[in-house]
Design a protein around this ligand. Structure first.
Ligand code: NI
Length: 139
C-alpha cells in the first residue's frame, strides 16, 4: 500500500470556500482527491517545461475537408513526423467538417512543436493540444 502523509495548510477562508464549491461541482469526493490531482497536474506541467522530457499528448483539430490543400498539408506534416505520431483518428462530423485526434509521443519540445504546427495550419478552424505524461515518474 502507498505510504501517505498528512499535512495542514493555512489559506484564507474565502479561498477554501471557493475551492470547496468548485471541487464539489467537479465531482470530487473530498479536498484530498482534488489537491492530489492539482499537485500531479503541476508536476506534469514541469515535465513539459523541461523540453527534453519524454511526454505524450493529443492534438485535436477541426477543419473543413473541402480545402484539398489543407488535407495534403496535414498528411505531409504527419508523415514528416511519423516517428512521433502513435495514431490518428479521423471523425467525419457532418457532410464537410472533420475532426482529427492525433496522438503524439516524444520529447516535450517535439510534441509541442508538432501539435502547434498542426493547429496553426492554414484552414484549421480550431485546435487544442492536451499535454499529459506517460506517467513513469508521477507519484
Ligand atoms: Ni472527414
Amino acid at each position: 500500500m502507498m505510504h501517505t502523509v498528512r499535512f495542514s495548510v493555512s489559506i484564507p477562508a474565502e479561498l477554501a470556500g471557493a475551492f470547496d464549491r468548485l471541487i464539489e461541482k467537479h465531482g470530487y469526493a473530498n479536498r484530498s482527491e482534488a489537491v492530489r490531482d492539482l499537485m500531479r497536474d503541476y508536476l506534469v506541467e514541469r515535465e513539459w517545461e523541461s523540453g527534453d522530457h519524454p511526454v505524450v499528448g493529443t492534438a485535436t483539430i477541426i477543419y473543413d475537408h473541402r480545402r484539398p490543400e489543407l488535407g495534403r498539408a496535414l498528411t505531409r506534416m504527419q508523415h514528416e513526423h511519423h516517428a512521433a505520431i502513435v495514431c490518428v483518428t479521423h471523425v467525419h462530423l457532418d457532410e464537410h467538417r472533420c475532426m482529427e485526434v492525433i496522438v503524439l509521443r516524444g520529447s516535450a519540445e517535439r510534441v509541442q512543436g508538432i501539435g502547434s504546427a498542426l493547429i496553426a495550419a492554414r484552414g484549421v478552424k480550431h485546435g487544442k493540444l492536451v499535454c499529459t505524461t506517460a506517467g513513469e515518474n508521477l507519484p
